[in-house]
Design a protein around this ligand. Structure first.
Ligand SMILES: [Zn+2]
Length: 248
């Protein structure tokens, strides 16, 4: 065995046992039976609010606006005290119990995005912050070429909540597993400037490890000014995300 292989093996074993230790410390947490009805109704109302305001605008929507729209559209109907309490619980729970160790990025549920500070990127349905994020995106698009696109930009707490709950649903109620790929609503760096890029025309594939095999990813890697937020084995407990560009 050559030395490099040996070290690789030790490294893999170490990473494996650390992951195992983490699983023992944090047994998977599942949605409770008595939460299921309110969980489903919150998902449904958020979807209806999204359909009402549109995909792009929903990326920026605040908690207060969401409540207002639901209340003003009889087809949706006002969020009930139980639904609001559930949203608050999801927002304020410390996700370390799910094995997620990232930093909180939004302090209060009512914090809103200042729309003067953002710019919509043509043809994407997504926004980035003016200044640093916008400059970085423009530079990446110029250096990598026309086949790289913005696939997700700024996400408000409500957009992230909607994605997070949808993920819990698709993981059959396993909050721990869901939190590794769709982080809880107060903890997304998308709320403070990070964005995702992908290969044009690749759809959902852009959010899989396959993106790391594209020419776009390799060209991205060559750019000294670009760094990725969630590398392999990152300390936040998030899966490897080769598409997620780190801002700060
Ligand atoms: Zn991302």
């Amino acid at each position: 065995m050559i030395r490099r292989d040996f070290l690789g093996l030790v490294g893999a074993t170490l990473v494996g046992s650390l992951a195992q230790a983490d699983e023992l410390k944090h047994p998977d947490i599942w949605l409770k039976d008595d939460q299921k009805a309110v969980f489903e109704s919150v998902i449904k109302k958020l979807d209806m609010v999204e359909r009402t305001v549109g995909y792009a605008k929903f990326n920026l929507i605040s908690f207060d606006e969401t409540l207002k729209i639901a209340k003003n559209y009889p087809k949706i109907g006002a969020f009930t005290p139980a639904e609001i309490a559930y949203i608050e619980e999801v927002f304020y729970t410390d996700p370390a119990i799910y094995g997620f160790y990232g930093k909180r990025t939004i302090e209060n549920l009512s914090d809103a995005i200042n729309e003067k500070e953002v710019i919509k990127i043509d043809g994407t349905g997504h926004y980035v912050y003016r200044g640093h994020s916008q400059e970085l995106l423009v530079r990446i698009m110029k250096d990598v070429g026309k086949t790289i696109i913005l696939t997700s930009g700024i996400r408000s707490s409500m957009k992230q909540l909607s994605l997070h709950l949808d993920k819990i649903k698709s993981e059959n109620g396993n909050i721990t597993v869901a939190s590794r790929s769709l982080v809880p609503p107060a903890y997304s760096y998308h709320s403070v400037g990070d964005f995702d890029v992908g290969k044009k025309g690749w759809g959902h594939q852009n959010f899989t490890a396959n993106f790391a095999r594209t020419e776009e990813f390799w060209n991205l890697q060559k750019l000294s000014y670009v760094s990725m937020r969630y590398t392999i084995g990152n300390g936040d407990g998030v899966r490897f995300e080769p598409w997620h560009v780190k801002i700060v």
